[in-house]
Design a binder for this molecule. Sequence first.
Ligand SMILES: [Zn+2]
Ligand SMILES: [Zn+2]
Length: 387
Amino acid sequence: MSNTNALPIPQKPALIWLNVAIFTLTALVSLTVVPWYGIVHGYSIGMWVTFALLVTLNEMSITAGYHRLWAHRAYDAHPALRFVFLLFGTMALQNSAWVWCSGHRRHHLHVDDNDKDPYSANRGFWFSHIGWMLRDYPSGEVDLSNIPDLRRDKMLAFQHRHYALLAIVSNFGTPLLIGWALGDVWGGLLLAGVLRLFISHHFTFFINSLAHIWGKRPYTEENTARDNPILAVVTFGEGYHNYHHIFAHDYRNGVRWWQWDPTKWLISSLQFVGLTRRLKRTPAFQIQRALLSMQLVRAQRKLEQLPAANGPATHIEQLRRKIAQEYDALASAVAEWTHVKEQWLEDKKRAVIEHLEHANFQKRLREIEQRLKVQRRRLRILHAELA
Ligand SMILES: [Zn+2]
Ligand SMILES: [Zn+2]
């Protein structure tokens, strides 16, 4: 007897065989043939150096080029630099810049939305890492309507139109050429070809998977993005992903000077030779404000979880008052900063601002910023009391 009320079994979208083949083959060969050849034949130092150089060029063309330059417009770049990014970005085999940036802009706009974010971390590690590219998911449908700016760029249009050919030529031609030059064609194909692709692929994919799962959220809890210094090392700085999701137009991901972000260092140093300009930075005040707001939210949460037996009611009442005071202090600093900034911009627009006045405005803004720094120190003490 058939059950007419049975729900239809949900069909999985069709596999994209080309992607399945590329990811499976590069993984299998990297884990078997690459070490086997190394044992029986060996790779020269020159081959290893070339491999490291190509991984760096591939990954950084994605992080500095595809990601921060084109997807987020965090700075402007000289055509010569854009050409280099496009060359090695094509070789990184992560689709054309148009397709990549359009998907990435959607990721930011609809982050964690399982129906709209092409690599939503809420669908698990596997999906956000690589699964989203293996099947024809509706969330991953290519729609270039959100990149009108990039569609005006002739260089990007050329890459998009001839992507398949360019990708094949760069991925086979370069390793062959290197192998021939170093006298070891198979070694070139294996290290500069396969292993380079496998490593640069998965290190970049970690940004969508692990950087949304593993790490801290010092700036915002509104999405799953995490700051993770270990991931920053293998992703050339993109591991500071919590910061990146809240201030996506900043050319820096690791915003503190000591945070490992080679992509940021590359972009800022190329400024001195005229290859990059108009670097966008989030005002320090906004950064402090985000950090402080998160600290306050966490303090509030800890306070609510404090068991009643954890000291006299008056102590808890005292802590509650302290937190309320800190909220007020933050609100007034924000209001004041916004006011000073508006006044400054207004005066600048009317071109009445003198050099002296300019310095005065800057000083006032810095003073308010300093207040937030002091407040964050107070909050740290408060957190210790709440622990
Ligand atoms: Zn993300
Ligand atoms: Zn981004």
